[in-house]
Ligand binder design. Sequence first.
Ligand code: FAD
Length: 468
Amino acid sequence: DGDATETELVVIGAGPGGYVAAIRAAQRDLDVTLVEKGDFGGTCLNTGCIPSKAYITATDIAHEASNAELMGISANPEVDLSAMNEWKNGVVDQLTGGVEKLCKANGATLVEGTARFVDDHTVAVDGSEGQDSETIAFENAIVATGSRPIEVPGFAYSDEPVWSSTDALAATEIPDRLVVVGGGYIGMELSTVFAKLGTEVMVVEMLDDILPQYGSDVTKIIRSKAEELGIEFNFGEGASEWTEADEGIVVESETEDGETSSYEADAVLVAVGRAPVTDTLDLEAAGIETTDRGTIPTDDRMRTNVDHIHAIGDVAGDPMLAHAASKEGIVAAEVVAGEPAAMDVQAVPAAVFTDPEIATAGMTAAEAEEAGFDPVVGEMPFRASGRALTTGHTDGFVKIVADAESGFVLGGKIVGPEASELIAEVTLAIELGATLEDVASTVHTHPTLAEAVMEAAENAEGQAIHTL
Ligand code: FAD
């Protein structure tokens, strides 16, 4: 095609996978074109990580203020949702604007529109308002098109009372009653937000626990705090349909044995998982294969079955997390630049921003045993932490898993205040091949929550100072 723009690398999608890949590629002096059909920053910055954490912080402040009598503080905060949304949108705008500027400053060419493959060296970009499509001839491509919320039959997101996480994060009114379908991390984070805003929250979950991958030692703490907040759990039920009622809606659910229940509510938030976005890409035109789930499989250099086309982030499957997308983006960009990069990390941490927070990295004791280690587990409950006591949040623990013989730290599981921050130390220990002794003998600031990581390592060695 004589009219085609030529580029060394085209990146499709400007989420935390794609924009990071584009910046790293530009830093390596590649000529890079970044195509985005929607808003810069993708799901994470616009409708995911950032707005959800903004809501979580704001509702935490309201909740804390109204529950601080024990500290001698009485307050009755009033939430102005439209002002809260304005603040949240400002945070999002600041970040997305910053990301766009960074991409430009690093020399990436930005193209607005929806990209689709024409063949394995060409994409066409369809602009929004009936503009002609632009053709880009590329040497290499990185597909970073992300994911979207899965719809449950009977619950169309186009119906007003049916909310996706995106709708929940742009609520214009605080519902009196909310059914949340799905007790995964998005369902639980948003249940907590609305419970703290005073909404009566009813969770309907097919399995018999929330967040089952974290284990019952974690989930019993999360469930009991959630129940204290007034969240009601209904396990072993799948939501089947909703209907209009005189006031609000009724959500019906069904057990495996066909028993039905109904819940009166004002809205229903469906949060049952996310599916990869590939439908606009015409992957077949480039010969790119997908799995049954629709994700694009890759090797550890993020290459698809077509060597010069990479896939990263949510579209490349688990773990569907922003920091995984970014790391994969860096690997893919460096591979395109001819470097010997690979996705060879020792641990990808994960965090759930419930109350209290959950964070994990590396292996559980069971996984360590399966991998042939002789695991030892050290534990430090936050009720024995001075700093935790001064924050008023003492639920939870730090658990650290190590190999008994070598002492190598293999994993960590934290539930409690700032777990999402504390897991960074455990992740670093795993990545650097640190031993229990390394962690235990590192001097930690007092009084901090991070001391609990040190104490858990001491406990695994059988010599913690503040626990038995
Ligand atoms: P995305 O961020 O989805 O970006 C893909 C981009 O590609 C989009 O901008 C899209 O418009 C664009 N695109 C798609 N198709 C085309 C096309 N054909 N042409 C051009 N552009 C296209 N993760 C965390 O790690 N921590 C959290 O706390 C967290 N919280 C979350 C909360 C919620 C409510 C949700 C929904 C998600 C959350 N996530 C969190 C997950 C996180 O948002 C994703 O893992 C992350 O955004 C994936 O990044 P990505 O770059 O792969 O895709």
